[in-house]
Design a protein. Sequence first.
Length: 490
Amino acid sequence: MSPSEQHPPAFERIATGVPGLDPILGGGLVASGVYIVVGEPGAGKTLFANQLCYSQAQQGTRCLYVTLLAESHSRMLANLRSMAFFDASQLPQRIYYVSGFRMLEEQGLPGLLELLRREMRNHGAGILVLDGLVQAQEAAGSSRDFKKFIHELQVSAGLSRFTALLLTSSVGPTVHPEYTMVDGILELRERTAAMRSWRELQVRKFRGSASLNGAHHFRISEAGLEVFPRLETMVSRSQPPDWGTQRVRFGVPTLDAMIPEGFAAASTTLVMGPPGCGKTILGVSHLAEGLRLGEPCLMVSFYEGPDRLMHKAANVGLSLASAVKDGRLVLQWNMPAECNLDLVAHSLLEDVRRRGVKRLFVDGLSAMVETTHEPARISPFFAALTQELRRHGVTTVFTLETPRLFGPDMDVPLGTGLSGVAENLLFMRHLELNGRLRRLLSIFKLRDADYDPTLREFLITSQGIEIQPPFQPSPELLLTGIARFPGNHS
């Protein structure tokens, strides 16, 4: 067996320093491997490679960064200075930049290979970055010469125990036949739909361990690259604990009376209804009851900011300010303009794990459904999200807006698949009764518990929510949204 085929043990890993990437790779890059990072100009390849180098330098590893007809080193460093990971003290002792273009022009691939070997040996480097592999590919006399170059580089990596990243622009096919020789291929790309754009990372190939399949979102910020693994690939496949013996209530006496046993802890409740029917106040009541019991709570909203939300809650006798101040309640607000599902899930689940959240209220699923650029993912995404929340024992209330205020037609957005992952389903709507607009609430589904199925008027007062006794008009008339009391024909 040749040295290039002798991989180090799977537990020897190189941390990339890119948040979220190492879990996708099964723990990081396999030591002494040769990896190709491919993507169009501006995809983030150079930033990714530098982020890895500075992360490894912090751990004492020396890194060699070789450029081929790329931006000048001074300009590269000027661009990196705004990044949080940049540390000028690592230059040039642990991170050393070299241009290999002249050697490539004068002596071709053999000369470039010799330069890489010599510089790696002189600096005792454990990380090699070759930025501009496409230039080496164009300088090769034939496909065979380029394959030989990659093979020799693999031999050197195996013998000298260094890990190599080869950065190349995607010209022609994303994966060339020569690329099959390397240990891994990571593709960075930018997608565009209508006027929206987003970035994705995909592991095309990875030797040494399993990796997470599919495309994963990433963003570029002052922190560098941040990758958000696709939730469907990260969720635990184990059966969540059975929390059904523990019961939970909304903390609204007249509503809890409709559910004598309460609903199951760690269950998911979906509240559907038109704008202004009281969905947000109902969800806030769910949190207020948890706070009263001393449970850590979290609210994720898309339409109303924290200040407006706390003001609205205070108007109905639900004070949240003290709980927010002492950290028992965290309010996460997301701009509804463009929704990254995995970023929302990452922030949400990070807080759930860190604080041991027991009650969660997500207000405004409609924003996620309408603004995501991946509508086909909504159903599997929420199935994975609710599975993970159940596993952590979180009792969750989601709200979903229906389009009609009132009328004989009810548009229930079951096409999203959310009703299939919600154990409990509450429906709210408006009713025009004798020239007055009223709110109605009904329980459509409650798993593993008895409930009162009657239609009830839902009042919002300065003291909170009150559920009225069953209406006298017939249910058939109530469901049209326009009703009259018996005997009233006016």
